[in-house]
Design a protein. Structure first.
Length: 292
């Protein structure tokens, strides 16, 4: 089937949605806790002075870094005006004077000077990145990162919460999300009936081509089965996310309004079961900028 791209909305969920903002704030907390730290354990923090978070959303990671490391300059970039407004207001209320937020798109050249940052971070951009845009984005990061600086990309080949589990309805959502990503040019997998979009295996290749060295991969696992601490937070994340993503899935032609709503209600039912088992897998890929 021929692919198409809904140019009027690159992100699969309305980026100005206040409900989506709340979901991203919760997801930020879950993700950072699962990863164990704000920065990779083997990166010397003494060498990091200027930090950039691309597609920062409501600024959760930026604020955490700025609070934990007041000596560092921390910059957030995003295309959502509402999320940037919230991030600025939150930083001001918290007295985080070492933060700045800019309107920037990861799918276009980043409007920052060469050699501006020591660490560039981004998380879960697969929701709006065309597959052809990834190498260009990483090349742009290479331009603005100083020699010896670090890039870290954290991505999943499934939408948050859809990696593995015993819920047939949740697995169905994963399959149609992958199919929709294939049809809208976001997937590296050539099979629209596959189970993953295949972005994480591509990232080391793109980093190497952009001149990054000492490339490492760090897998993460977030178990949100019945009885775990993360169950309630992931339930809220999926309850919101799977509702907001439905118009995108219908427009992509992979389901109908009736079918997707029926499966959505089944996911909610499955989550309530004490036999519910599920885990989300995602990966961080990071590397050091070589001499230019």
């Amino acid at each position: 089937m021929e692919t198409f791209r809904p140019e009027e909305n690159r992100y699969v969920i309305d980026q100005e949605s206040s409900v989506e903002m709340a979901r991203l704030m919760e997801l930020d907390i879950l993700t950072t806790k699962c990863m164990g730290s704000l920065f990779p354990a083997d990166v010397a923090l003494s060498t990091i002075h200027d930090v950039l978070d691309v597609a920062c959303g409501p600024g959760g990671w930026v604020s955490e870094v700025a609070f934990a490391h007041p000596e560092k300059r921390v910059v957030g970039a995003d295309i959502s005006h509402s999320m940037l407004s919230y991030a600025r207001a939150y930083a001001e209320v918290q007295g985080l004077q070492n933060t700045t937020f800019y309107y920037r798109s990861a799918t276009e050249p980043l409007d920052f000077p060469d050699d501006s940052f020591d660490f560039v971070n981004s998380r879960f951009m697969v929701g709006f990145m065309w597959k052809e845009a990834w190498p260009n984005y990483i090349q742009e990061c290479a331009r603005i990162i100083r020699p010896g600086g670090v890039i870290r990309l954290t991505e999943s080949d499934c939408m948050s919460g859809l990696s593995a589990g015993n819920s047939v309805a949740l697995s169905w959502f994963n399959r149609i999300m992958v199919r929709a990503f294939y049809r809208t040019g976001r997937s590296f997998c050539e099979d629209e009936d596959g189970y993953q979009v295949g972005v994480t295996p591509m990232l080391p290749k793109f980093l190497k081509e952009a001149g990054f060295q000492a490339i490492r991969e760090q897998p993460h696992l977030l178990n949100f089965s019945a009885g775990t601490e993360t169950r309630e937070r992931m339930f809220k994340n999926l309850q919101i996310g799977l509702k907001l993503v439905q118009p995108f899935l219908v427009k992509a032609g992979v389901t109908t309004e009736e079918e997707v709503e029926r499966c959505y209600q089944q996911v909610i039912t499955d989550f309530m079961s004490e036999d519910f088992r599920a885990a989300w897998y995602f990966t961080s890929v990071y590397g050091v900028r070589g001499e230019k």
